[in-house]
Design a protein around this ligand. Structure first.
Ligand code: ATP
Ligand code: MG
Length: 266
């Protein structure tokens, strides 16, 4: 059964969508079956996966509001190598509509239950806010991946996010855990970036991915061509970083699965 990872940080522009699209593409390249779920009204992950958000018949909005079966809305993306549950500005209406529904935080979890078997990884791109869409993502997810841009205000707001995760875990989703914190748009020559990175390691230790995504113009260019960087320029530093992240994610999961067994044999 596929693992569901919510990629979230209520801070805007920290690399959530770039991470969602390129991690999805990197996992797909290693022959994992991947579904990308766009929960952001901006629809950037949809566009970045080569699906035109203006042309779609159904979106994640229709799924959340229970208007259609999720299978009707999922589209294969040839350009990206994975499937997409697209999103667009209709999601703004979904956020309001959800507030009037029973079970409003479980709508995505219930929909994904129907397709989870088909995938190895289901990655959710969240909007830059802690709203009902993000709560749906956290309720559906097994783990949370938090992209962090190492700059002065990076850690501000992180405690609100961690509290929200804790609340969701305590109420609707006990299996939710922090999958990892990812340093994005990193500039190794910048002293402040290095200081913030040190602070992250102090606070979160091995929950910080070893992989660091560097600032790389190829990552910023790829979405305008409607494709992940692995298709646009597979030798770029950005592409290599997301391949490394996919490797680290898969390796961590193997280790986590093996730990209980090796502990009993020691
Ligand atoms: P939002 O909160 O608006 O959804 P986000 O957290 O999804 O934003 P992105 O859209 O992934 O962030 O990135 C913000 C901008 O920075 C985009 O223009 C993107 O192309 C660019 N960008 C992201 N990561 C990198 C990187 N490693 N190097 C260079 N540019 C990057
Ligand atoms: Mg985004």
């Amino acid at each position: 059964m596929g693992k569901i990872i919510a990629i979230t940080n209520q801070k805007g522009g920290v690399g959530k969508t770039t991470t969602c699209v390129n991690l999805a593409a990197a996992l797909a390249l290693t022959r994992r079956r991947v579904l990308l779920i766009d929960l952001d009204p901006q629809g950037n992950a949809t566009m970045g996966s080569g699906v035109d958000k203006h042309e779609i018949e159904y979106s994640s909005c229709d799924v959340l509001l229970g208007e259609i079966d999720i299978r009707q809305a999922i589209l294969p993306s040839e350009a990206a190598g994975y499937d997409v549950l697209p999103g667009n500005s209709d999601l703004t209406a979904a956020e309001v509509g959800l507030l009037e529904m029973d079970d409003r935080e479980r709508r995505l979890a219930e929909a994904l239950a129907g397709v989870r078997e088909r995938y190895d990884y289901l990655l959710i791109d969240c909007p830059p806010s802690l709203n009902m869409l993000t709560i749906n993502a956290l309720t559906a997810a097994d783990g949370v991946l938090i992209p962090i841009q190492c700059e002065y205000y990076a850690l501000e707001g992180l405690s609100a996010l961690l509290e929200t995760i804790e609340q969701v875990r305590a109420t609707v989703n006990p299996r939710l855990h922090i999958e990892g914190l990812l340093r994005t748009m990193f500039d190794a020559r910048n002293r402040l970036a290095n200081q913030v990175s040190e602070q992250l390691l102090e606070h979160f230790a091995d929950r910080v991915y070893r992989t660091i995504v560097p600032r790389n113009v190829r990552l910023a260019e790829a979405p305008s061509h409607g494709m992940p960087v692995l298709r646009y320029d597979k030798a770029s530093r950005g592409a290599l970083a997301y391949l490394a992240l996919a490797g680290e994610l898969v390796r961590r999961e193997h280790e986590a699965q093996q730990t209980p067994t090796s502990a009993t044999t020691e």
